[in-house]
Design a protein around this ligand. Structure first.
Ligand code: ACO
Length: 320
């Protein structure tokens, strides 16, 4: 028993901010940002919450899949920018959708979150615990940014993407995932500092901080390895893969991965120039755009690959 994607959806907040817009409010330039990352614009939320964006994406995916909210057995929602510590954003989404039969939880695996969500969905369907699952990746990263730190805030954007997946015995799905918590500090955002009647603490909440060159080194080493692991495990010829859908962090990372895998860059679709890095949302947003543009046909073999905070990584081979 494995999974098939029935339909996808995505949502980007209305406000689109270009690099030139940013250069009016901070000391940066289109040339600096685009030459190092490939990013030219991102969407920033001024009113949509994390739940709002997830619900808008989910409604599109459910409609395309012809699945009623009541048919969903689970909602797995990947995010590092939830609306509340509790309830989970997955539960908030369930309530908005009326997915009354779904069991819901959030997954925190940063930019690998959607991959980890799909992997969990696959495990649940294999265990015959579920037939239809909604997997969402959604981020409001703009609220976790220090807007005085130009080295990080220019890289990220807000948005949501999702897929409705169904158990399907006829489909092959192969997964490789991993984590290395010892490297967690290279990309982090601390939550509330320790504070109680025994500990007096005036520290405020922190923002995303990143050692850019360490993250770059990790990504260009780990991503080709995890993709190759999936190819080897399934005895799949990389020439048979139609698309490698990578987390949209940085164009230079994707170019380096393509070179290392010796695969034509045309097989690596990108939208980071318009969306920036949307962490857990980046893969499902791109997948939905590819789907809506008619780039995917049933039976196409694709590999999705996420990497990021934790540190975490993973690749999934599936047939569309
Ligand atoms: N605009 C203009 N100048 C800037 C900006 C900016 N937005 N940000 C930093 N600078 C300056 C720095 O102050 C520094 O100036 P100095 O030399 O006078 O001190 C100079 O630019 C170079 O800074 P570096 O940090 O060395 O820049 P680098 O060339 O390494 O590029 C970058 C930084 C783009 C982050 C790079 O390290 C990278 O691509 N890292 C990969 C990490 C990544 O993509 N992370 C995404 C999130 S993680 C994930 O999704 C997995």
């Amino acid at each position: 028993m494995s999974i098939k994607i029935l339909g996808t959806g995505s949502y980007l907040p209305e406000k689109r901010i270009t690099n030139d817009d940013l250069s009016k409010v901070m000391d940066t330039s289109d040339e600096w940002i685009s030459s190092r990352t490939g990013i030219r614009a991102r969407h920033i939320s001024v009113k949509d919450t994390t739940c709002d964006m997830a619900v808008k994406a989910a409604r599109i995916a459910l409609e395309e899949s012809k699945v009623a909210p009541e048919e969903l057995d689970y909602i797995f929602l990947a995010t590092v920018s939830p609306d509340c510590a509790t309830p989970s954003t997955a539960c908030l989404v369930q309530s908005e959708l009326g997915a009354v039969n779904a069991t819901c939880m959030d997954i925190n695996a940063a930019c690998s979150g959607f991959l980890f969500g799909l992997n969990t969905a696959m495990a649940y369907t294999k265990a015959k615990m579920a037939k239809k699952i909604l997997v969402i990746g959604v981020e409001t990263l703009s609220k976790l940014m220090d807007w005085n730190d130009r080295s990080t805030c220019v890289l990220f954007g807000d948005g949501a993407g999702c897929a409705v997946v169904e158990a399907d015995e006829s489909k092959d799905v192969i997964v490789d995932v991993g984590s290395d918590g010892s490297l967690g500090k290279v990309l982090m955002c601390e939550e509330r500092p320790l504070k109680n009647f025994l500990v007096d603490n005036d520290e405020s909440m922190s923002y995303v901080s990143m050692n850019g060159s360490e993250v770059f080194r990790f990504a260009v080493k780990k991503v080709p390895k995890t993709v190759q692991a999936v190819l080897d495990q399934g005895h799949i010829d990389k020439d048979d893969i139609k698309y490698f859908v990578l987390h949209q962090a940085n164009q230079r990372i994707i170019e380096s991965v393509a070179r290392r895998l010796k695969v034509d860059l045309d097989k690596f679709p990108m939208n980071l120039d318009q969306c920036g890095n949307t962490s857990a949302a980046s893969i499902p947003i791109l997948l939905d755009q590819m789907n809506k543009e008619g780039m995917l046909e049933r039976g196409d073999k694709i590999i999705l690959c996420g990497f990021g905070g934790g540190l975490t990584w993973g690749a999934i081979y599936l047939e569309w």
